[in-house]
Design a protein around this ligand. Structure first.
Ligand SMILES: [Mg+2]
Length: 122
């Protein structure tokens, strides 16, 4: 089994495409469809080694989610990658302040995604 990654996104298609790419790259993938289900999934697995999160989501957005993640001892230093759009500069800064490790601007291709993930997990 490859390293386990959590993907959190409210868009089914976005989530499915990230999941597909990561699985093809040899990773194990678990998911959530917003910050609250993301935290639930995180608490159900003790070996999640990286988190990829969308920013705009209902109930709990990506920024709030990252803040919660950083309060969990086990995930203080877990790499958290935010998925942003070109126009979300302010959100990038907010995400950084909340504890994000980096971001990837949408739309991205599978190779870019796998490159960034590899960089964080090696
Ligand atoms: Mg969204």
């Amino acid at each position: 089994m490859g390293k386990k990654i959590l993907i959190v996104d409210d868009s089914n298609t976005a989530r499915a495409s990230v999941e597909y790419t990561l699985k093809k790259g040899g990773y194990e993938v678990v998911s959530g469809d917003d910050g609250t289900t993301g935290l639930e999934t995180l608490s159900q697995h003790d070996n999640i080694e990286m988190i990829i999160t969308d920013l705009n989501m209902p109930k709990m957005d990506g920024i709030e989610f990252i803040k919660h993640v950083r309060q969990i001892d086990l995930h203080k230093y877990t790499p958290v990658l935010m998925l942003t759009t070109e126009s979300q500069d302010e959100k990038k800064m907010e995400g950084k302040a909340a504890g994000a490790s980096g971001w990837l601007v949408k739309p991205f291709n599978p190779t870019q995604l796998l490159d960034v993930v590899k960089r964080f997990l090696n």
